[in-house]
Design a protein around this ligand. Structure first.
Ligand code: R5P
Length: 286
């Protein structure tokens, strides 16, 4: 097995190869003056399985992934496994209004043209993977998040909405603390309303967990609801720290106790590694 790191996921790919005790190669990717992508894997040949670690977000990384898939096949890889830490376009997983594209399906179908198995983590909707015809698995980051927050005196784990309640339960159960969920209504792409917290928050250190933080609107609204309900402190952890525009500064500069994310997207707060979770799945037969 050889691990090939694309330009979006170098540190994670390196760590993965180290845990798996296998060869790591960094693809040399660059942009031509007109913006087109060029990539090269500096190997004579690849025998057996090539594991490509690369995000499909933003669009430029999707193109790099397509090229990496072809490059490893040209080098002779018999099996191509895609490790997609952050899967772009996953949120447009159906046609919401007539005339739209089913973006998540489109991306799966194109990636599916040249791979033999696929691994994602905390995909927006697990069923999106059904658009692949090869073996695929969506992993969960809950164990890594729970481990990070163990011994940090968290009293309660919450999700911002009922859709993510299972994640709060998973993290809470692993930490041995109670869990619950808030009630969220999305008003626009960047605005959400969180209903006043009805659970007992007084004097508690609360951890909010979510699959992703994009604009940060959800977390800001959730934190305000919890502080109003008397929380002592509010921390947040997500799997995918997308942090568009100045979302990260907005959150770290707020009264949140801690802002953490996993290293599916690499940034200054991606201190929770999911490499051991991917490594475990790659060692298993499936
Ligand atoms: C929604 O379904 C997701 O779980 C996140 O809560 C959402 O995408 C976060 O977005 P934002 O940070 O823009 O509020």
């Amino acid at each position: 097995m050889i691990v090939v790191g694309g330009s979006s996921s170098r540190e994670l790919a390196k760590e993965l190869a180290s845990i798996l005790d296998c060869k790591y190669v960094q693809a040399a990717s660059m942009r031509f003056p007109d913006g087109e992508c060029y990539t090269r894997i500096d190997e004579e040949s690849i025998d057996g399985e090539a594991v490509i670690v690369q995000n499909t977000y933003p669009d430029t990384n999707m193109i790099e992934m397509f090229l990496l898939q072809d490059a490893v096949r040209q080098l002779g890889a018999e099996k191509i496994t895609l490790v997609i830490p952050y899967f772009g376009y996953a949120r447009q997983d159906r046609v919401f209004k007539p005339g739209e594209a089913e973006s998540a399906k489109v991306m799966c179908k194109h990636l599916n043209l040249n791979c033999d198995r696929v691994l994602t983590i905390d995909l927006h909707k697990e069923s999106t993977l059904d658009h692949f015809t090869c073996p695929r698995r969506d992993l969960k980051a809950a164990s890594a998040i729970a481990e990070y927050f163990e011994n940090k005196n968290i009293d309660l784990v919450l999700s911002p909405d009922i859709g993510a309640a299972g994640r709060a339960k998973d993290v809470g159960d692993r930490m041995g603390v109670p869990h619950d969920h808030l009630e969220k209504t999305r008003l626009s792409g960047s605005d959400v309303r969180i209903a006043p917290a009805t659970m007992d928050c007084k004097g508690k250190s609360i951890l909010i967990v979510d699959d992703m933080i994009s604009t940060g609107g959800t977390i800001v609204a959730a934190k305000e609801a919890l502080m109003e309900a008397g929380a002592k402190s509010v921390s947040v952890a997500c799997t995918h720290g997308v942090f568009v525009n100045n979302a990260l500064e907005r959150l770290t500069g707020s009264s949140l106790d801690a802002v953490l994310c996993c290293n599916t997207l690499e940034n200054s707060v991606s201190h929770i590694s999911v490499a051991p979770i991917f490594a475990k799945a790659l060692k298993e037969k499936w």
